[in-house]
Design a protein around this ligand. Structure first.
Ligand code: SF4
Length: 372
């Protein structure tokens, strides 16, 4: 008999992999501790203050008590906020808490808090292999009892608001719903439509809510296992995006390491000149292919020697991109096309998605970002 295999994961680990496979490797597999970014500290302190606020009994704290508590929590030593930043972030947080409290006064009679920072776990079976199970854990910021049932609240400190459609399809919300059903089955006796799932955007004091159907919850299992299989096969490539500014591994990442490197050798000094010459020729659409190829070889050799994928000059930067190809076509572009096809055809094509070659290109970017 095949041995039962239980994989342990969390929603935040799956989310990290989606954001960037390399970040997942640093954080989850290699367990490298990274200093928290400013945004992470800012969001974390607000979460801690609200957890404190909603767990005081029998009387709710006043606004002054909430703000005093926040002052206590705000980092005094080893703070990531430098100079004026400290006051800017602190004032922003105070403004958020004042608005939160004002809003709380208007709605406080409509709910009672059942729990804050509540851990949950769900056991998800692999639909393709019943012997494989996944124990997924997570933490829910706040759970309220309302007149209509249960409301799960997740605080967000991001500026960008997602669309209603994003929330309706969010895996995070589905997993939280499963977690609550698992932990408090009595709450769903009247149906899962009594579980309201809410994201609370603190910077805007806006909430976006959704509900789940049984069918959606059944699909979560399949979706989680698809993600786990992707992780199993992953080569943990870096996936740079705007979120890199919130990543604590930026200084060791092959996409950014060069930006933070001091010019220690002649090689380092020369490469900047080579990059700027290469960028200059490319920007002017020069047809001097011989020179371009010479510079390209120097850049590729430097990337290999330094084990990095991106180099910065004074006028821009160059990124080495690796494309997996099938019959000469870029696999990522094919995947985008496959996603638009009907589900049965997508399933059939999944088995055919095997790359037959790797191809690298150098992508130029004209503006050099600041090292933060
Ligand atoms: S800096 Fe960006 S690309 Fe590098 S590991 Fe972090 S998220 Fe990924």
């Amino acid at each position: 008999m095949e041995e039962q295999k239980i994989v342990k994961t969390s929603y935040s680990a799956l989310d990290t992999f989606k954001q960037c496979p390399l970040k997942y490797k640093f954080q989850i597999i290699d367990k490298i501790k990274a200093p928290k970014t400013k945004e992470a500290v800012f969001g974390g302190k607000l979460h801690e203050a609200l957890e404190w606020f909603h767990s005081q009994t029998p009387l709710s704290p006043t606004l002054d008590q909430l703000l005093n508590q926040f002052k206590e929590l705000w980092p005094k030593e080893n703070s990531p906020f430098q100079g004026d930043e400290d006051m800017i972030y602190f004032s922003e947080a105070i403004k958020i808490l004042k608005n939160y409290y004002e809003n709380y006064l208007k709605i406080k009679d409509n709910f009672t808090v059942l729990g804050t920072e509540t851990r949950f776990e769900v056991l998800l079976e692999n639909p393709q292999n019943k012997e494989e199970k996944c124990l997924l854990t997570g933490i829910i910021d706040r759970i309220d009892k309302t007149k209509n049932g249960i409301e799960i609240i997740d605080y967000k400190t991001t500026k960008k608001l997602p669309s209603q459609e994003d929330i309706n399809n969010s895996m995070q919300m589905s997993l939280y719903c499963l977690g609550v059903i698992n932990r408090w089955p009595q709450f769903v006796e009247n149906g899962i439509e009594n579980i309201k799932l809410t994201l609370y955007y603190l910077k805007h004091q806006e909430t976006i809510s959704t509900h789940r159907t049984k069918e959606q919850l059944n699909n979560v299992q399949k979706h989680v296992w698809e993600e786990l299989k992707k992780i199993e096969k992953s080569e943990f490539e870096p996936m740079p995006s705007a979120l890199c500014d919130w990543c604590g591994y930026k200084k060791m990442c092959p996409m950014w390491k060069h930006l933070y490197k001091a010019e220690t050798t002649i090689d380092d000094e020369q490469i900047k000149k080579v990059i700027d010459e290469f960028l200059g020729l490319k920007n002017n659409n020069t047809q001097n292919n011989k020179k371009i190829n010479e510079l390209k070889d120097i850049i590729e050799n430097y990337l290999n020697r330094e084990k990095i994928e991106r180099v910065f000059g004074d006028i821009g930067y160059i990124t080495r991109l690796t494309q997996l190809r099938i019959g000469g076509y870029d696999i990522k572009k094919l995947e985008q096309i496959i996603k638009t096809l009907p589900q049965p055809i997508q399933e059939q094509l999944k088995f055919a998605k095997k790359s037959d070659s790797k191809f690298t290109t150098l992508k130029i970017s004209k503006k050099k970002p600041a090292a933060n």
